[in-house]
Design a protein around this ligand. Structure first.
Ligand SMILES: NC(=O)c1ccc[n+]([C@@H]2O[C@H](COP(=O)([O-])OP(=O)(O)OC[C@H]3O[C@@H](n4cnc5c(N)ncnc54)[C@H](OP(=O)(O)O)[C@@H]3O)[C@@H](O)[C@H]2O)c1
Length: 358
């Protein structure tokens, strides 16, 4: 066992090495006011290096004591605070977008949900927007069109001073093809000759899943930057909903979709980097979900705009189930609130990537 003497040795060495710095002089040290002192700053004369060390030690102890009074900062309501923030979520009318909408609105954010189908959005407001701390507001728009995006910006500008959270979630899956084949001819038949395998399918999927994130983010930059300027200690933030499909080595029967999601992940990094290069205080991250119930994965949603998928279908995933609303809610609140997260992709997948390989 190491002796106490040995443990102390480096400190002595450091003390003597730094003795030159500790030559007699006067310097101010901040101290907290005591009952006998009304000033929070006093001058200490330190002709003796050991005295100075003791004084520094006392000062350090005091700082540590003060830090323990900051426990309030560790409360969930502080760490994940989205109260009063303005958010916009594309595709907020179903699936993952709806989960994100509820996560933010229930915790006090004002959330604009955007989609192409008025009825879906209205159902969400009626079913999930009542008696909550925040608010859900529907806006119909197609976010694959630049002019519609520009109109959307005008609409938000007319109602709000800033936009704090932009979630680019709207996405489409495109067609699926059989990838398994025993011969080159069979693989060509499945993936080239098949009528559902077209350039248009790739382009449509890409249009919704990739450039949409780019144009939405660029169009809302000024409102996002205003959020950083308005809220001290907060930066406006963009969250792209990508997918583990952009990470795994399997095509999952849709090459075009998986390639588009890989592009969305890379685009997230490019956006975060270029925005930071321009000294704008806006964080850009991506959440890569595994399998969650949605209109995309279940093919439909119920009267409450919620979808359902059988647990057994995903028995191979280490979590042995699809993702739940709360799994996505936790990821959204973390990504929206954590001020030190930028340029990252967070996979929330119950271990899907572990199973599928990347
Ligand atoms: N569910 C999963 O397992 C899973 C896994 C990984 C990643 N994701 C990603 O999660 C995101 C959400 O998908 P989801 O699974 O929740 O499917 P979803 O229920 O089909 O949600 C997609 C939403 O986007 C909206 N939308 C589609 N195109 C739009 C457009 N051009 N303009 C405006 N809104 C549009 C749709 O509403 P309208 O049709 O009414 O416009 C719909 O509400 C997608 O990016 C998807 O790739 C999902």
């Amino acid at each position: 066992m190491m002796s106490l003497q040995k443990l102390r040795a480096p400190l002595t060495a450091v003390t003597s090495r730094h003795a030159a710095f500790l030559k007699p002089r006067s310097f101010p040290i901040s101290t907290p006011p005591t009952s006998s002192s009304s000033s929070s700053s006093m001058t200490i004369s330190s002709s003796n290096p050991n005295n100075r060390l003791q004084q520094l030690h006392r000062q350090f102890s005091t700082t540590t004591a003060n830090m323990s009074q900051t426990n309030n900062n560790f409360l969930m309501s502080e760490v994940f605070n989205v109260k009063g923030k303005v958010a916009l979520i594309t595709g907020g009318g179903s699936g993952i977008g709806l989960m994100a909408t509820q996560a933010l609105a229930v915790n006090g954010a004002k959330v604009y949900i955007v989609g192409r189908t008025q009825e879906k959005l209205d159902t969400v407001v009626k079913t999930h927007g009542q008696d909550i701390a925040g608010e859900i507001i529907p806006i119909v728009a197609d976010v694959t069109s630049k002019s519609e995006i520009a109109k959307l910006v005008k609409e938000i500008e007319s109602r709000e001073k800033c936009l704090c959270i932009l979630i680019n979630n709207a996405g489409i899956a495109g067609n699926t093809q059989q990838t398994e084949a025993k011969t080159a001819e069979e693989m060509k038949k499945n993936l080239f000759d098949d009528e559902s395998s077209t350039f248009d399918d790739w382009v449509n999927t890409y249009r919704t899943n990739v450039p949409q994130l780019f144009f939405m983010t660029m169009a809302f930059l000024p409102l996002l930057q205003k959020s950083s300027e308005t809220h001290h200690g907060y930066s406006g933030t963009v969250i792209n909903i990508s997918s583990i499909s952009g990470i795994v080595q399997s095509s999952q029967h849709h090459f075009g979709y998986n390639a588009s999601k890989a592009a969305a992940i890379h685009l997230t990094k490019l956006l975060a980097s270029e925005i930071a290069e321009n000294d704008l205080k806006i964080r850009v991250n991506s959440i890569a979900p595994g399998v969650f119930p949605s209109e995309m994965t279940a093919g439909e949603s119920g009267e409450d705009q919620k979808s359902h998928i059988e647990k057994d279908k995903y028995a191979k995933v280490p979590a042995k189930r699809p993702g739940k609303d709360q799994d996505m809610a936790g990821a959204v609140l973390f990504t929206a609130a954590n001020q030190y997260l930028n340029g990252q992709t967070i996979a929330v997948d119950g271990g899907y990537i572990l199973h599928a390989g990347a």
